[in-house]
Design a protein around this ligand. Structure first.
Ligand SMILES: NS(=O)(=O)c1ccc2c(c1)[C@H]1CCC[C@H]1[C@@H](c1ccc(O)cc1Cl)N2
Ligand SMILES: [Zn+2]
Length: 249
């Protein structure tokens, strides 16, 4: 590869996400701290159909719902969470673990309010965002997820939004917060290389019936011919010169 090409590569597209995480090659780094998660349910605002997915948005005008420690320096403010899924239960996650694809993945998006004035500004810097990735596996019905699913009927078409009061996001997380971490990007447009990825090592359950309800969402507006959001996950990207670290041995 020519110097100019690798030079260009170095600055533009060598830190893309998602990736396949080879757990045997992930290095335990003793300086990694346990993840500290402080979510205040009063900050939950609304659920919005974005067209390619739905976002659950939070009030991020103050450091009320934040994460810190883990691989991070300073506080990162909770902005929103969303999911990625596939057209069948055999596909759907973005991160892949030792070649194993999961049926869906939760992304909890935070931004570095410690260093940047706004989310949009933070999204332009490598240490701007921190996204917690949680893999979903088919299992028993998930009551915490059901609260979200019960609201999907109100945001069936693109652009629709509905209020979501006092959502306890922390109750959706596994007890075991061990994670893999690596420097990466947004997995949809604008693909900015601004994300410290924190992928939890423990998957959470979702029933097949619950996952089917995600696929019932429409990417079309109310007055258009209905087209369901059957899948919205990106394929894995090359690791290049990156190292994936693990919070535990
Ligand atoms: N799959 S993911 O977690 O890697 C992912 C990928 C792309 C984007 C997002 C999340 C989210 C994060 C919050 C805003 C939104 C979006 C964006 C919108 C408006 C903006 O001004 C900037 C951004 Cl980044 N883009
Ligand atoms: Zn995502």
């Amino acid at each position: 590869m020519g110097a100019s090409h690798s030079h260009r590569n170095k600055h533009c597209h060598s830190h893309q996400s998602p990736i396949n995480i080879c757990t045997k090659k992930a290095r335990h780094d003793p300086i990694l701290k346990p993840l500290n998660i402080q979510y205040d349910s009063k900050t939950s605002k609304r659920i919005v159909n974005m067209g390619h997915c739905f976002n659950v948005e939070f009030d991020d005008t103050a450091d009320m719902s934040v994460i810190n420690d883990g691989p991070l320096t300073g506080k990162y403010r909770l902005r929103q969470f969303h999911f990625h899924w596939g057209s069948t239960d055999a596909d759907g996650s973005e991160h892949v673990i030792d070649g194993k694809v999961y049926p869906a993945e939760l992304h909890i998006v935070h931004w570095n309010s410690h260093r940047y004035p706004t989310f949009e500004e933070a999204a332009k810097h490598p240490d701007g965002l921190a996204v917690i990735g949680v893999l979903l596996k088919i299992g028993e019905k998930n009551p915490v997820l059901q609260t979200i699913i019960d609201n999907l009927g109100q945001v069936k078409t693109k652009g629709k939004e509905h209020m979501l009061i006092k959502y306890e996001l922390s109750s959706m997380l596994p007890k075991d917060l061990n994670y893999w971490t690596y420097p990466g990007s947004l997995t949809t447009e604008p693909y900015f290389e601004c994300v410290t990825w924190i992928v939890l090592q423990h998957a959470i359950p979702i029933s097949s019936a619950q996952l089917t309800q995600f696929r019932g969402l429409l990417c079309t507006a109310e007055n258009e011919k209905p087209v369901p959001i059957l899948e919205n996950h990106r394929r894995v990207q090359r690791l290049h010169d990156r190292v994936v670290r693990s919070s535990c041995t």
